[in-house]
Design a protein around this ligand. Structure first.
Ligand code: SAH
Ligand code: SF4
Ligand code: F3S
Length: 455
């Protein structure tokens, strides 16, 4: 009998990737995915711990699932609620205490065991046993060995995790605690997965890692490889026409990697390179290991090689001790560097991180004011960047149908979301192909154009 699995994903692309793998590992157990939590036999919340708000959402969603479970138990249906991801890793014990409705808790490194955990939970329930399951070990090796076995669904673009965890310990960040220390998958296993994606028709791969540019490994001929060499190898695979990678740290932005943006034509002219702040004092307190000068040098070097590079970033405002002057330095950095798009956040104190107990915490109202100003500036730059491509013909990878019959959704080389008017061609026929699109209009969040020709 088929069973229904509902997974809600919070947080970053690593979690999106993990969710896809959970669906893969549950498929042989007879579980198919549903978008309706009310129909599900198994509900998984794949959680994020990065900011306080993300965690609050999880607890309120647990409350919602509790109601579903009560309703279903009246129909004699036992729904299993599993909490995975980074909140599970960071505060699994507390979830168990606060939410008795939760049947199991597992961290980001143990979800390959999900079938075992689910079956165990079902048998425990069958004998009326109330005990629950907690698995938050941080050993990564075994997970990837298990996961590589699953099949790939056909789609235009796919994530491929090559690196996990982080040893950087920025003073604001929970990732080193929730994902564990830095770990690179073996080149052999990454290449195997990359071939599998290409065989399934994937045209674009996004290489993922919390510190993806710290990736390193040994090639089959015994050479020490980093991300640029890995990208060059993936670029050779027939069918792979686009490569992206995220998220990078300025510390690991080597000359070789910068050069790769000019040498590997599959490497797309888009880079997400978080700087976090524009004040050297704040960067130091954040333990970022780069300063504004070294960051600007990287950007200048990249733009020498790829003048059209679209730059993205992350910013935190209101880090402890950030003065008005420090914040103005962030604004000035943004004005100088110019971003195609960016994410910005109010500093959120996270339990167990050094910054949470620093003195000089910034007032919430000041954080909000600063965030509003920064976001206005970033939005303006985003619109400017999007408008700069009006009148150009860009190569667009068609991912899906559009909102209307006559349109398709795709992405430009610069990661812009593009609405393409098809003029009679069917979106289904174009899915997974790269086409020429003349850009006619642009807004803050997407650009619009008309199909010129299949490239
Ligand atoms: N590994 C990536 C990003 C990981 S988290 C990197 O090093 O850049 C994604 C973003 O969340 C961070 O870049 C940062 O801007 C933001 N972030 C992390 N911890 C935060 C906190 N405590 N409060 C506010 N924003 C935070
Ligand atoms: Fe967090 Fe810093 Fe590691 Fe990024 S580099 S994951 S911000 S500790
Ligand atoms: Fe969140 Fe974990 Fe990603 S804390 S941002 S889901 S690594």
């Amino acid at each position: 009998m088929t069973k229904k699995l509902y997974i809600k994903t919070y947080g970053c692309q690593m979690n999106v990737y993990d969710t896809e793998r959970m669906i893969d590992v549950m498929a042989p157990e007879g579980y198919t995915q549903t978008d309706a939590p009310d129909d599900a036999d198994l509900i998984v919340l794949n959680t994020c711990h990065i900011r306080e708000k993300a965690v609050e959402k999880v607890y309120s969603d647990i409350g919602r699932v509790r109601k579903i479970k009560i309703k279903q138990s009246k129909n004699d249906k036992e729904v299993i609620l599993a909490i995975g991801g980074c909140v599970a890793q960071a505060e699994g014990g507390e979830i168990m205490r606060r939410a008795p409705v939760v049947d199991m808790v597992f961290g980001p490194q143990t979800y390959h065991n999900l079938p075992k955990m689910v079956n165990k939970s079902i048998s425990l329930k069958a004998i009326g046993e109330k005990s629950r399951i907690l698995d938050t070990s941080l050993a990564v090796d075994e997970k990837f060995n298990q996961l590589s076995k699953s099949d790939v669904k056909r789609k235009a673009t796919a994530f491929l995790t090559i690196q996990e965890g982080c040893d950087k310990f920025c003073t604001f960040c929970v990732v080193p605690y929730t994902r564990g220390s830095e770990f690179s998958r073996s080149i052999e296993s990454v290449m195997k997965d990359a071939h599998k994606l290409a065989d399934a028709g994937v045209v674009e791969v996004t290489l993922l890692g919390q510190n993806v540019n710290a990736f390193h490994g040994q090639s089959s001929t015994g050479q020490e490889w980093g991300l640029p060499e890995l990208m060059a190898e993936i670029a050779k695979i027939e069918g792979i026409e686009r490569i992206r990678y995220t998220t990078s740290h300025p510390h690991d932005m080597t000359d070789q990697l910068i050069k790769a943006h000019g040498q590997i034509k599959e490497c797309m002219p888009y880079l997400h390179l978080p700087v976090q702040a524009g004040s050297d004092k704040v960067l130091k307190a954040m333990n970022r290991t780069h300063d504004t000068a070294s960051y600007k040098k990287i950007i200048a070097d990249l733009r020498k090689i790829r003048p059209d590079l679209a730059l993205s970033g992350d910013f935190i405002v209101g880090f402890p001790g950030e003065t008005d002057q420090d914040f103005e330095e962030t604004m000035n950095l943004v004005r100088e560097v110019r971003y195609a798009q960016a994410y910005s956040f109010k500093y959120s104190p996270r339990p167990g991180t050094p910054a949470a107990t620093m003195e000089n915490q910034v007032d919430e109202a000041i954080k909000s004011q600063r965030l509003t100003r920064l976001q206005e500036l970033l939005k303006q730059q985003q619109i400017e960047f999007n408008k700069s491509v009006i009148g150009k013909t860009l190569k667009i990878l068609i991912e899906n149908k559009g909102k209307t019959e006559d349109t398709a959704f795709g992405r430009s080389p610069y990661m812009q979301a593009v609405q393409v008017t098809l003029q009679g061609v069917s979106a289904d026929d174009l899915q997974g192909t790269i086409v020429d699109v003349l850009i006619k209009d642009a807004g803050p969040f997407n650009i619009q154009g008309v199909l010129v020709a299949a490239a």
